[in-house]
Design a binder for this molecule. Structure first.
Ligand code: FRU
Length: 511
């Protein structure tokens, strides 16, 4: 396998990259004005995580990036690195849309190591020379962990390699991995009936690629383009993550518009087809999209997502950065369900522990020492006589974000109506916690199954502008952005009867 030939700017002069680097250095917003431990852009707009990978001993995270404004624009790849997934170091912009084949944007993709080099595989978007609209192809940039050069042979994968009937305009977001000495690429696409699918290609050298199969497709009601696919082995199964556009709400499982969903199933290596089980939501909050995973050297599979949503976002005037990532999450499978836990590295940043044990809560209560906007707090509702239990976070004059647990139905409602918005975005979302019966016998039980569950644990991670809830040790998550002034640090509990709770709360401190 020969090295990929990185070239010093075929038709790109490099000016756009230099300009973006100068801009982000000049206008970088102080860390103190952004969330403490979630990845945010130094300035401007961020969307999907890209190229989440381990290279040269560090975790690299690239992201869809438009430094010049807080709105989406010509896509660059921004770049940060970390030793522990909590503290991130800013690196210069990695690639800019500066060639004829990516003039319309460097869209999402992967990074992987090959022959000691760090290879970025991204969607290069160009105007369609023979008609309207754009062509989306896949291209490569080769680098050393800081500087990346696009290769001579770009684009290495074009829509012409796909079978008739598959889109050339919506063919994007390659995920590349090495398996049995071959490189595989899974990319999102759509057929002529506007149904999403994932195509699989392969290569021995990453320079020349062949179409293998349609790995998986929307056989039901699962939206248009299957954006940002990720495909990997986890705990003896294969998992496919996709982020479909244009989905329809279904029960408490899916909501309208862009969703991120997953299937746990098996990969038929001969047919190159994935047989997935029932699709489920990855996150039940308001802000979670385009997740990507990577494998750490210690064997943990880590997932990170854009903690925002295309249809649901509000860009606060005056704020010079927009968009952030979720906390990286350790994922595993239990009874067919993807379990997500905050990376354990967060524990090294815990300070000022406050504990309550067997605390009775009735009516409205706040508790000494329980407050803050950068915290890790686990509340275990152990039982008692109650039906509804609510937690108000980021509470202050006129502000709160409420999570209400209904014990009978097992439904958790998130309500961020009073979280500082000046726009009528979606603020309420409900999700149903899976019962023990469902967990043991597969999904599909009813609310009645909940009778067997008397205890529930709610772990809240707050980082100034966001709240991530991990229910029952990662069985379900709800992520949301909030725009509440940071002075609103209150936490209040309320209960319609009398509940007994344990609380363990830490401040998260980065210095
Ligand atoms: C998903 C997405 C990708 C695309 C990128 C463009 O959020 O639409 O499909 O590559 O964003 O920024």
């Amino acid at each position: 396998m020969g090295k990929l030939n990185g070239m010093p700017d075929k038709d790109g002069s490099g000016e756009k990259l230099v300009a973006a680097r100068e801009y982000e250095t000049k206008y970088e917003i102080a860390r103190g004005e952004r969330p403490l431990f979630h990845v945010t852009p130094p300035v401007g707009w961020m969307n999907d995580p890209n190229g989440f990978s381990v290279y040269d001993g560090k975790v690299h995270l690239f992201y869809q990036y438009h430094p010049y404004s807080t709105e989406w624009g010509p896509m660059h790849w921004g770049h940060q690195v970390s030793d522990d997934l909590m503290r991130w170091e800013q690196l210069p912009v990695a690639i800019a849309p500066d060639t004829t084949y990516d003039a319309e944007g460097c869209f999402s993709g992967t990074a992987i190591e090959k022959d000691g080099e760090h290879i970025l595989i991204y969607t290069s978007v160009m105007k369609n020379p023979d008609g309207d609209g754009v062509l989306q192809n896949q291209s490569i940039a080769v680098g050393d962990g800081i500087t990346y050069k696009k290769i001579q042979n770009n684009p290495v994968v074009t829509g012409d390699m796909l079978p008739e009937g598959l889109s050339r305009a919506d063919f994007r977001d390659p995920k590349v991995w090495l398996e049995d000495g071959r490189y595989y690429m899974a990319a999102g696409c759509v057929d002529q009936d506007n149904k999403g699918l994932v195509v699989l290609l392969s290569s021995t050298d990453m320079d020349s690629w062949t179409f293998e199969s349609v790995l998986a497709r929307n056989e039901g009601n699962l939206g248009g383009v299957w954006e940002c696919p990720d495909f990997f082995k986890l705990d003896d199964h294969h998992v496919l993550l996709v982020s479909p556009t244009g989905m329809k709400a279904e029960g408490y499982e899916f909501h309208n518009g862009n969703n991120s969903i997953y299937f746990v199933g098996e990969f038929d290596k001969n047919e190159k087809k994935f047989e997935g089980g029932e699709p489920l939501s990855l996150d039940y909050g308001t802000d979670f999209y385009a997740p990507q995973t990577t494998l750490l050297l210690d064997g943990r599979r880590i997932m990170i997502a854009w903690m925002q949503s295309w249809h649901n976002l509000w860009i606060p005037g005056g704020q010079k950065w927009q968009g952030m990532m979720t906390l990286p999450r350790e994922i595993s499978i239990k009874n067919g369900i993807l379990i997500q836990k905050p990376v354990r590295e967060i524990e090294s940043y815990r300070a000022d522990k406050v504990v309550y044990t067997d605390e009775p809560i009735s009516g409205q209560r706040s508790l000494e020492g329980i407050a803050g906007r950068s915290i890790d707090m686990t509340l275990t509702i152990k039982g008692g006589e109650y039906n509804s239990f609510a937690v108000d976070l980021a509470k202050g004059e006129g502000y709160y974000t409420r999570f209400t647990y209904d014990r009978c139905s097992g439904i958790i409602e998130l309500d961020r109506t009073f979280a500082g918005f000046e726009r009528d975005v979606v603020c309420i979302r409900r999700a149903r916690v899976k019962s023990d019966a469902e967990l043991h016998e597969g999904i599909g039980g009813t609310a009645d199954d909940r009778a067997d569950r008397d205890e529930i644990s709610l772990r809240f991670i707050l980082d100034r502008n966001s709240i991530e809830l991990f229910v029952d040790d990662g069985l379900m998550t709800m992520s949301t952005t909030i725009y509440t002034p940071v002075t609103a640090t209150g936490i209040e509990f309320s209960c319609d009867g009398k509940a007994v709770v344990d609380i363990e709360k830490y401040d998260i401190k980065m210095s």
